[in-house]
Design a binder for this molecule. Structure first.
Ligand SMILES: [Ca+2]
Length: 273
């Protein structure tokens, strides 16, 4: 047995050496669903949920009702786990960091809106000045992975969004406070509807070929927005729905959800726990 264990140890060591160093700690240490709270500049806090590495089917099947051509279904593997905001970024959090709020529907517990991708990038840069450079936009693939939360249906947890989303049929034509509906299976609220969420990627057509850690093209004219919003019909709030807009554009249906790469408790966390 001792010999076998020794051989196993050698094998594990060899495997570890073969993988990039930054792919190891996340998968080995974190548990899916683990939460943490980070403190933002200005003192507001943000709750994050850990998404473990995994593989899922991104995009929609050809027989999905309401699908669009730009949702080619394909297998995506994410080799690195990541933190994602339990909620859309709120106006309370935005004001804490930015000291200004241009949202149309003023409420500290509403998602921030009327923000461009570039505005959100400034928010992230300021957060990173405090927590050490780990905050970022989610990639489009990470966003859909967290939205689906293991489901393969048009809406996470089922085929209709009425229990999980503020959208055209139930929003009364305005954004709502975060967390007003049920979360998905991984604990994320308002992935469908409420405000659209800017992602990191430049927009491009999806290929049907399997991919690993996709990040989109290196440049482009439009950034991706995901999840639909309070103003959209249900088909435009599906897991696979993709919208593209210029990164300078502001609209009262645009918001975002912050992601973080993994970081150690000993890192410069500025009050995170
Ligand atoms: Ca949303």
């Amino acid at each position: 047995m001792k010999t076998r264990l020794c051989l196993l140890g050698v094998a594990v060591t060899a495997l570890s050496c073969a993988l990039p160093a930054d792919e190891l700690p996340s998968a080995a240490v974190r548990k899916s669903g683990e939460t943490r709270v980070i403190t933002l500049p200005g003192g507001a806090t943000m709750e994050m949920i850990w998404c473990a590495p995994g593989t899922f089917e991104m995009g929609s099947p050809l027989n999905e009702i309401g699908r669009f051509e730009n949702e080619a279904r394909h297998k995506v593997t994410l080799t690195r786990g990541f933190w994602l905001g339990k909620h859309e970024v709120t106006q309370r959090q935005w004001e804490s960091v930015m000291r200004i709020n241009h949202s149309k529907f003023k409420n500290p517990d509403n998602p921030v809106e009327t923000v461009s991708w570039q505005d959100c990038e400034i928010f992230i840069r300021r957060v990173n000045a405090q927590i050490g450079g780990f905050a970022r936009f989610p990639t489009e693939a990470e966003w859909e992975y967290a939205c689906r939360a293991g489901s393969d249906t048009p809406f996470s947890g089922g085929v209709a969004p009425s229990e999980t989303a503020w959208y055209d049929s139930n929003s009364d034509n305005h954004a709502h406070e975060i967390g007003g509906h049920k979360p998905n299976a991984w604990g994320f609220y308002d992935m469908h509807g409420n405000v659209l969420e800017w992602c990191a990627d430049w927009f491009s057509p999806l290929s049907s070929a399997p991919t690993t850690n996709p990040k989109g093209p290196p440049s482009g004219a439009f950034k991706v927005l995901r999840g639909g919003c309070w103003f959209f019909f249900d088909r435009d709030c599906r897991c696979a729905y993709r919208l593209k807009r210029e990164p300078t554009l502001r609209n009262c249906i645009f918001g975002f959800r912050m992601a973080c790469s993994d970081y150690d408790d000993k890192a410069k966390t500025g009050g995170s726990k």
